[in-house]
Design a protein around this ligand. Structure first.
Ligand code: FUL
Length: 472
């Protein structure tokens, strides 16, 4: 077969995947029966009477999430226990039989409206595994039930940016076996919400493979199509209560030339890192003082958003129906810390030059503008270089690079240099860039930096390059 990487280089994202990628950092809200029973996995037998948030306020959730720097929210409309946060016509196991607003309430409505009002995206999590619903395990009947519920969510709550399907199932060998009608679910979503990505057990967004907030050193968005397999995802997902999937079970290289050798079908399947701000996914008072440390959260952020993956951070609302003040404070300090990191923009008077340009419509100067345009090297330039002249000596400790992924992912390896007394000195070296790579290093002072693309597939592009210094 011809070189696999040539084939891989021509794979591009769909419009919905591009929009999703730009969302970068968004919240997961695990809220439901487990919030009130202090569990992580309910078995579907807890009475709806128990669901009773006394001070529910979706605007407060959205305010806290926005204040954390997040641009979207995915709500667990139904978790494994089967309890629905909206008054579904197809089951009694929902908010309509709870004391919440005397059975007149609809959490999905409240949260989706709050997101819309505040200008952030809204998405739904609907657990395929359902421990309450009697038809679960029957095949066709459950699929009809599931599609009916899906349709309610897809039609009654405005535009969705994501439908998130979990791969988890704790039925075990001797439990119920449900054959999911995945294709049926997907076509319903495509028809009713064509702009929504289908994540995890779905064709648009790939689960990074663990719940510890770790992604690969080289997170390729183009991978062999066999990695888009619900069976594979299910095998690696959670199977018992309280035992989250570990990093060691992950395949560590999905997209390098070595990893794709011998494969002939590739897809755009970008990574998402999902992790909870607390040890559990649902709120437990006992975990109020066990939040991820800011330092750890920052590391997760830079290793995901800064390494070509999106970050889905779980913030579980508490029993009052609000995001606990402890989590709100943490989100606030986190966002402030990231803002400080990018406080000084060192490219305000910069100029950019490249060893080659593919055409007059893609000059190097495009990388200094945050717009739709980009730089692309010429096809015979094997190790293209871009030089950014900062317009004077500047101190900096960060470089942000973005490829123009609309034309595919090309860069396999790059090195950054800075000018030290007229000589190029190595500053940073890494592998893929993709949508975004944030390079962190010890502050240096210089008037020029050089980006050398050591290896790429098709003609390298850069859509953006930024140089920053943090504020003390
Ligand atoms: C897992 C589930 O079992 C957890 O409860 C949680 O919803 C997490 C996001 O996915 O597989």
């Amino acid at each position: 077969m011809a070189d696999e990487w040539i084939k891989a280089s021509s794979v591009v994202p769909s419009e919905r995947q591009l929009n999703w990628q730009e969302t970068e950092f968004y919240a997961f809200c695990h809220f439901g029966m487990n919030t009130f029973t202090d569990k992580e996995w309910g078995d579907g037998t807890d009475s709806p009477e128990l669901f009773n948030p006394t001070d529910f306020n979706a605007d407060q959730w959205v305010e806290a999430i926005k204040n954390g720097g997040m641009k979207g929210l995915i709500l667990t409309c139904k978790h494994h226990d089967g309890f629905c946060l909206w008054p579904s016509r197809y089951t009694d196991y929902s908010v309509k039989n709870s004391p919440f607003m005397n059975g007149q309430g609809d959490i999905v409505r409240e949260v989706s409206s709050a997101c819309k009002k505040a200008g952030i995206k809204f998405g739904v999590y609907l657990s395929p595994w359902d421990r309450h619903e009697k038809t679960y395990g029957t095949g066709k009947d459950y699929n009809t039930y599931f599609k009916n519920q899906l349709e309610e969510l897809l039609t009654n709550y405005g535009e969705l940016f994501c439908v998130w399907f979990d791969g988890a199932c704790g039925e075990g060998k001797n439990g119920k076996k449900q054959e999911y009608d995945w294709q049926g679910y997907y076509s319903l979503i495509r028809r009713l919400q064509p702009n929504a990505v289908i994540s995890i057990s779905g064709p648009d967004v790939r689960w990074c493979g663990n719940e510890a907030g770790i992604c690969r050193k080289s997170e390729w968005s183009v991978v062999p199509s066999e990695f888009c397999s619900n069976l594979y995802t299910a095998e690696h997902s959670q199977k018992t209560d309280g035992e989250a999937p570990k990093k060691k079970e992950m395949v560590l290289d999905l997209g390098s030339r070595k990893a794709i050798k011998g494969k002939d079908d590739f897809i755009w399947y970008p990574a998402e890192v999902d992790v909870s701000i607390r040890p559990g996914w649902f709120y437990h008072e006992s975990e109020d003082f066990k939040l991820l440390e800011i330092k750890k959260l920052r590391t997760i952020y830079y290793n995901s958003v800064g390494a070509n993956a999106n970050l889905l951070l779980n913030i579980p609302p508490d029993r009052t129906g609000r995001i606990n003040n402890i989590d709100c404070l943490e989100l606030d300090s986190f966002r402030r810390s990231i803002e400080k990191d990018f406080y000084y923009d060192r490219c305000e008077n910069a100029h950019a030059f490249a060893t080659s340009e593919a055409g007059s419509d893609c000059p190097a100067k495009n990388i200094l503008e945050k717009g739709g345009s980009f730089w692309q090297c010429d096809s015979d330039d094997e190790t293209p270089e871009v030089i950014i002249n900062l317009g004077g000596e500047k101190t900096f400790d960060k470089v942000v690079l973005m490829e123009n992924i609309a034309t595919g992912q090309q860069i396999e390896q790059f090195t950054l240099f800075y000018d030290k007394g007229g000589k190029w000195k190595r500053l940073f070296k890494s592998t893929v860039i993709g949508y975004k790579r944030i390079c962190l290093f010890k502050a240096v002072k210089s008037s020029r930096i050089k980006i050398r693309i050591d290896s790429c597939r098709n003609k390298a592009t850069l859509k953006f390059a930024g140089v920053y210094m943090s504020k003390e």
